[in-house]
Unconditional design. Structure first.
Length: 328
């Protein structure tokens, strides 16, 4: 009911704004603008005050999976490395030949869970034809850096111990989850363990100290609240160095990393740092594909229901995953 009421209020607010000629962007459709506002609704309240984030997490809504998609997948809840998980498996999945996707969700290192990203994760499972395991890692401020990284590494090793072939394993994450994916890859490489086949990064937060450029210029479009980002960072770091490669992977040694697909909206806060990260990765010999979503916002595949470009982006991610799994 909470999600429905939020939707009704958002529809009226956007409608009134557009009727008075104050739509957020001339290229946005009415459904897209509502979708952007709904994404932003998840960052109202406790995330602005990290000390209350635990209470907000308890009340977060599930993003429902569209019925046609739900019929093509099996959904299970379980645990991996002691972490709560949600698992989406295509009904035609062949465990002997199929791949696995380990998904790490975003939320400023403070809020959200697999259930808040359920529709997006299900779409990726369906598009990639892979069993997709989404972990609910520990979050700040109760569990600051490096707790989330430790959980991601533990989940990665747990999958290998279950017999998952790393050549058929892909890591994916959005926003802060994208930053965690890159930190997990660094740790796995340092351990001398086998890296996964590929990684998908949706608007990854790769520089927590960045406060200029597109973070300022795109504030009027994107749904992330810029005024809260410093608070999230401090709660997550708890005194750690914001320039650490594990915190801000833009400073990392990326040599030897697996192929990556990075998606970034041209109207999102993290646009500039994503562009700089991709440039650095290419300079270090990483095979990177960077997809820029024209007039799209942060983690725009979330808006696949209302954006044809975002829907095509999900298909493209699926093709990327299938291609790297097939190579095994």
């Amino acid at each position: 009911m909470g999600l429905f009421l939020t939707l009704i209020k958002t529809v009226w607010r956007v409608l009134l704004r557009r009727l008075t000629g104050k739509g957020k962007h001339p290229s946005w459709s009415f459904p897209y603008e509502v979708g952007v506002e709904m994404c932003g609704a998840g960052f109202i309240g406790g995330i602005d005050r990290p000390s209350t984030a635990g209470g907000q997490r308890a009340g977060e809504s599930v993003t429902p999976i569209p019925p046609p998609l739900r019929r093509r997948l099996r959904f299970e809840e379980g645990t991996l490395a002691g972490l709560p998980t949600e698992v989406h498996t295509p009904r035609d999945y062949d465990a002997t030949t199929g791949g696995t996707l380990l998904y790490i969700h975003g939320g400023g290192y403070i809020v959200c869970a697999p259930r808040t990203h359920r529709a997006l994760i299900a779409r990726l499972a369906d598009a990639g034809g892979v069993r997709t395991v989404a972990i609910d890692y520990r979050k700040a401020p109760e569990h600051p850096f490096p707790a989330g990284i430790d959980d991601g590494v533990a989940a990665y090793h747990a999958l290998l111990e279950q017999g998952v072939d790393p050549a058929k394993l892909v890591l994916a994450g959005d926003s802060a989850g994208g930053g965690l994916v890159l930190a997990v890859l660094q740790r796995v490489r340092e351990e001398g363990a086998v890296l996964p086949a590929a990684a998908v990064l949706l608007s990854p937060w790769v520089d927590v100290a960045d406060s200029s450029g597109s973070i300022v210029d795109n504030d009027r479009y994107d749904y992330l609240p810029t005024e809260s980002m410093e608070g999230w960072t401090q709660a997550y770091l708890a005194g750690a160095d914001p320039g650490s490669p594990l915190v801000s992977p833009i400073h990392a040694d990326l040599s030897g990393m697996p192929p990556m697909r990075v998606l970034t909206g041209t109207l999102e806060l993290l646009h500039d740092q994503n562009v700089a990260f991709v440039k650095r990765a290419l300079e270090q010999g990483v095979d990177v594909t960077h997809e820029l979503g024209p007039n799209e916002v942060h983690v725009y595949p979330l808006l696949a229901d209302v954006s044809p470009f975002a829907a095509r982006a999900v298909v493209g991610i699926g093709e990327f995953i299938r291609g790297h799994v097939a190579r095994a």
